[in-house]
Design a protein around this ligand. Structure first.
Ligand code: 5GP
Length: 352
């Protein structure tokens, strides 16, 4: 169904410069935007070129932007592993946030379809990020806190920032208790360090999609469940979760309304300067002992941050550069305070 003119807001998930767009009918009529900008849609009469303006812009003149459908097609054509199959009854006048075309992805090695999805909007922010429809949300006193997801490369200081937040107010912030199948050690209590479960139950829970993430270590499984997030939120606490960025798309639901913070390293030079006496717990080290950072660690951190940002940057609500820990912490704290009191743009699907 076409939306009422001017009532639809979208978040741009890519950068757009009409001057570099060979397809636009008139470059001067185009509207440039950056990833993360909120745009107000003024008209969707044309299936290829929508008219939009920047949210809050007093200038009544709208500019042209590529429609969601058109932009998805252009992106998909640049990615050969994604195949486009036009729908038989595709409705050219649809808002673009309904069905537009089917995607099926071929696995490069087996040439088998890995999945076929009937609704292109399942790809809004995952495989072909173009735009997502958003609306304003402000947490009401009786609402659960939004889940706060922290992502960042190994060694960037994410755990230190999380620890500082936790000890600043243990009544207000909470973290999940992971599950494991390894035997409980004498000093450990069930439900404190870990929730200890059998391998059979763990595997069943994996089958039933109960885990946000899981891994295997020395023949035992470890993982973080959706229920462990729910139990922190049920205590009326802000749940701090650090995960790999690829898991974020599964958490983007009405229930969790995640706010995603990317902790980014500073420049290579600043890393060398500020971390020369610091230590890192290397992911390659079996015992988890801390060692001084090496040049390789710094390079790896920068590279990994770059990959995270380019692949998942459209899912980040806030980027904090951890140059100096105290400054990054204070920026983080301010972000949390704002989150609880201010209005934010969230996907419309989170409001129903
Ligand atoms: P330990 O058995 O010594 O407590 O932990 C062994 C390993 O399990 C550690 O390297 C730790 O990082 C990993 N681990 C602990 N919790 C989780 C989790 O929730 N998910 C995953 N993937 N690994 C975990």
């Amino acid at each position: 169904m076409p939306v009422k003119e001017g009532k639809m807001f979208i978040r741009a998930l890519f950068d757009y410069d009409p001057n570099e767009d060979k397809a636009i009918p008139c470059k001067e009529a185009g509207l440039a935007f950056r990833k993360g900008d909120i745009l107000q849609i003024m008209s969707q009469d044309d299936a290829t070129w929508w008219q939009a303006k920047h949210e809050g812009d007093a200038n009544p003149r709208a500019g042209l932007i590529p429609s969601k459908h058109f932009q998805e097609r252009r992106f998909a054509l640049r990615r050969p592993e994604v195949q486009i199959q036009p729908l038989k009854n595709s409705n050219r006048k649809s808002s673009g946030f309904r069905r537009s075309f089917r995607l099926s992805r071929k696995d490069k090695k087996t040439n088998k379809s890995m999945y076929e999805c009937k609704k292109s909007d399942q790809y809004d922010t995952a495989d072909i990020p173009t735009y997502e429809e958003v609306a304003k949300y402000r947490r009401q006193p009786n609402d659960k806190y939004r889940l706060v997801v922290l992502v960042g490369p190994v060694g960037v200081g994410l755990n230190e920032l999380k620890r500082k937040l936790l000890i600043s107010d243990t009544q207000h912030y909470g973290v999940t208790v992971p599950h494991t199948t390894r035997p409980r050690r004498s000093q450990e209590s069930d439900g404190v360090e870990y929730i200890f479960i059998s391998k059979h139950l763990f595997e069943t829970d994996v089958q039933n999609n109960k885990f946000i993430e899981y891994g295997e270590y020395k023949n035992n499984y470890y993982g973080t469940s959706l229920d462990s997030v729910r139990s922190v939120l049920a205590k009326n606490k802000v749940c701090l979760l650090d995960v790999q960025p690829h898991t974020v798309k599964h958490l983007r639901t009405y229930e969790f309304k995640p706010f995603v913070i990317f902790i980014k390293p500073p420049s290579l030079d600043r890393l060398r300067e500020t971390r020369k006496n610091a230590k890192i717990i290397s992911s390659k080290d079996d015992k988890g002992t801390a060692k001084p950072f090496t040049e390789e660690d710094f390079q790896e951190m920068i590279k990994s941050a770059h990959v995270m940002e380019s692949q998942y940057g459209h899912l980040f609500d806030k980027v904090i550069v951890n140059d100096d820990l105290a400054t990054a912490y204070s920026e983080l704290k301010t972000t949390f305070d704002r989150l609880e009191t201010e209005t934010f743009w969230v996907p419309v699907s989170w409001l129903h």
